[in-house]
Design a protein around this ligand. Structure first.
Ligand code: M6R
Length: 364
């Protein structure tokens, strides 16, 4: 049941902290605080590259995974949505890692891409929530997201669980390839283990998120901006808004704005930015200043460190707990999904069963 929540989406949003914790628990040894993967039928150190594929939100989780795998494990990554990948003829290096991500394990395009990757000699590792699924049966290894059943058509908690698995996988591959030292691994694991309590603090921001929702609910179009590993978070926010509120939203890499979408900006197109403090903060901030100068209304998800630097520029600021650059996309995802939910409430849509959508897309 909904445990007293109005919608499954709201209930599942509130499960983020627990789900992140449960998923990490499976992959991190509490005694040594090291990442422990199940036995693999291939050697992580010898992987030439990885090819990631998925659909929808799971694809955005994969984009964040690419950021981590390239940057922290030094592993070259190809990534595409499954519906495209299955009809491309990518020359995959034999012995590479085919990395599939799916909540249901039944998505037709992702399954077809899995089979195509196998035919091209990839080791198949799937990140799945439903561990008794068709994709699970056809994989060499399954890393489970311990999110429990996700009922709402709009995926929420499965996403942060997928990120938790991808983060651990990155650490394991980085260790195997020698890009991460034991000390670095300890630090990264500590950052991961800190996530459930930081995620809990996100809900304290509900009032500011509702204030944002009131602005977004009046709009016809919304532009989401992010950079680096926060760009896929912006994509996730835009997708969720479209799905449950039926408001058109588009996510752009912040640096691409001046290559086109800046012409859209006026006071009727709110800009939702995901902007954690860190290396890329100043870069994105200057994009936001450009948007502001053109009359754009800025609704910004940042952290307590970024907040001070944004005052005066943004109309509404959601100050999330400050975490490392590594784990920031996990924390940032929760409030962008909450925003979509709050807008849907204001619009009065059928939140858990949006029109035209199915929970599991088992046909092409
Ligand atoms: O079951 P899967 O993770 O393979 O599903 C993939 C997409 O269909 C799914 O993420 C979809 O985009 C959601 N409705 C997003 O909220």
């Amino acid at each position: 049941g909904k445990d007293g929540y109005r919608h499954f989406m709201d209930k599942e949003l509130h499960e983020h902290p627990v789900v992140i914790g449960q998923t990490l628990q499976r992959l991190i040894d509490p005694a040594t605080r090291r990442v422990m993967l199940p036995d693999l039928p291939f050697d992580l150190a010898g992987l030439p590259r990885a090819a990631i594929t998925a659909c929808g939100s799971a694809f955005y989780a994969g984009l964040i995974g690419r950021y981590w795998l390239e940057g922290m494990a030094g592993l070259p990554v190809d990534i595409d949505v499954a519906s495209e990948l299955r009809y491309r003829d990518p020359p995959l290096t034999p012995g590479g890692l085919g990395l599939l991500i799916s909540q249901s394990g039944e998505t037709a395009d992702t399954l077809a891409a899995l089979r195509g990757m196998r035919a091209r000699g990839q080791h198949i590792l799937s990140v799945l929530n439903v561990e008794q699924s068709t994709m699970a049966r056809e994989s060499d290894v399954v890393l489970g997201t311990v999110a429990g059943p996700e009922i709402s058509v709009a995926s929420t908690k499965a996403f942060t669980a997928q990120l938790s698995v991808l983060a651990c996988l990155t650490i394991a591959i980085g260790r195997a390839r020698g890009t991460l030292t034991a000390a670095q691994e300890q630090d990264l694991v500590a950052e991961l283990l800190d996530l459930p309590s930081r995620a809990n603090e996100v809900f304290d921001q509900a009032p500011a998120i509702r204030e944002m929702a009131a602005v977004v609910a009046e709009a016809r179009d919304v532009l989401y901006l992010g950079r680096g590993s926060s760009f896929p978070v912006a994509m996730e926010g835009a997708l969720k808004l479209k799905e449950v509120s039926y408001i058109h939203a588009e996510a752009y890499a912040a640096g691409e704005m001046k290559h086109g979408p800046i012409s859209l900006i006026d006071s009727t197109v709110p800009i939702v930015a995901t902007l954690p403090s860190g290396r890329l903060f100043e870069k994105t901030l200057s994009n936001l200043q450009e948007a502001r100068a053109r009359g754009g209304r800025l609704l910004v998800f940042t952290d307590t460190e970024g907040e001070a630097r944004l005052r005066g520029l943004a109309e509404i600021v959601v100050a999330l707990p400050t975490v490392s650059e590594f784990t920031a996309p996990v924390i940032q995802t929760i409030p962008v999904q909450m925003l979509a939910y709050e807008v849907a409430l204001l619009k009065g849509t059928d939140v858990d069963q949006p029109r035209n959508l199915a929970k599991s897309v088992t046909v092409e």
